[in-house]
Design a protein around this ligand. Structure first.
Ligand code: SF4
Length: 265
């Protein structure tokens, strides 16, 4: 067992307790064993009610850490991501994109994977879609971009911006799950269908259009899937739906909804 744990730790898929506040191996093992989780929409008619999904996301508040320890833990994860070669996506990357934002964020936005600009700069959501996401956060939520945490399901750019493949997602997800555990956000907003499927417990055929507009309670967190900003750039009229989803998130966070000047962000 010890050798197995050492292998996982070396490969970046086990984060052992140390000064940076990461968790003990036995705790990680218990999390990895807690595999089948029933997820429910607040709308009992939703088909997600019948879906059982694998989730490694920890229970909210399960691991208490100071802000400093959280920041150190996120740095340690980012370092592992930058050196990671666990899937083929490492071969074409310029930079890995671990994610960025507040270590104590109350809300996390999670996209699918880095694009060209993100790969070039090593930062998430900094292209045109990222500018729109920043506008949603700042104008729509009245927060600063640095108040939230922004990450992706896969941390390296898929070639030609293709969809991440299941084995790539499986290889990369432990990093994201660890970031969620460390930050411990109240609200998770998956952006786009790949991200939504990892968190909202929906089926392969479910689309964002079908499952958005609802709050999915997952381990004490509120998961609120919505459209990817890149989709909104191609379909501006859909912004009104994202605005509705953002208002749901604000309600979950107990924050006032900023007044809009008659338009969506
Ligand atoms: S996508 Fe994730 S698992 Fe694959 S090489 Fe990059 S960091 Fe590692």
């Amino acid at each position: 067992m010890r050798r197995h744990l050492e292998f996982l730790e070396e490969s970046g898929h086990l984060f052992v307790a140390n000064a940076s506040g990461l968790i003990a191996p036995e705790k990680t093992e218990s999390l990895q064993n807690q595999s089948m989780v029933k997820l429910r929409s607040t709308d009992s008619r939703d088909s997600a009610d019948n879906e059982t999904r694998r989730s490694l996301v920890s229970e909210r508040g399960e691991f208490k850490r100071s802000a400093k320890d959280k920041a150190l833990a996120l740095e340690a994860i980012a370092k592992k991501v930058s050196n990671c070669r666990l899937c083929r996506l490492c071969e074409g990357r310029t930079n890995a994109v671990p994610g960025e934002g507040s270590a104590t964020a109350r809300v996390m936005f999670i996209g699918e994977g880095p694009g060209a600009t993100e790969d070039e700069l090593g930062r998430p959501f900094v292209g045109r879609a990222g500018q729109l996401l920043t506008k949603i956060i700042e104008s729509g939520m009245g927060l600063k971009r640095e108040d939230v945490f922004i990450a992706n399901i896969v941390k390296c750019r898929p070639p030609e911006n293709r969809d991440p493949q299941p084995d790539e997602v499986a290889a990369c997800l432990p990093y994201l799950n660890k970031q969620i555990e460390v930050i411990d956000p109240e609200v998770i907003i998956p952006l786009g269908r790949h991200s939504m499927r990892e968190f909202a417990g929906v089926g392969e055929k479910d689309t964002i259009s079908r499952v958005r507009g609802k709050v999915y309670p997952v381990h004490g967190r509120s998961v609120i899937p919505t459209f990817h900003p890149a989709y909104l750039l191609r379909n501006p009229p859909e912004k009104v739906k994202v605005w509705a989803d953002i208002q749901l998130a604000m309600k979950e966070l107990g924050l006032p909804i900023p007044k809009q000047n008659g338009s969506t962000p």
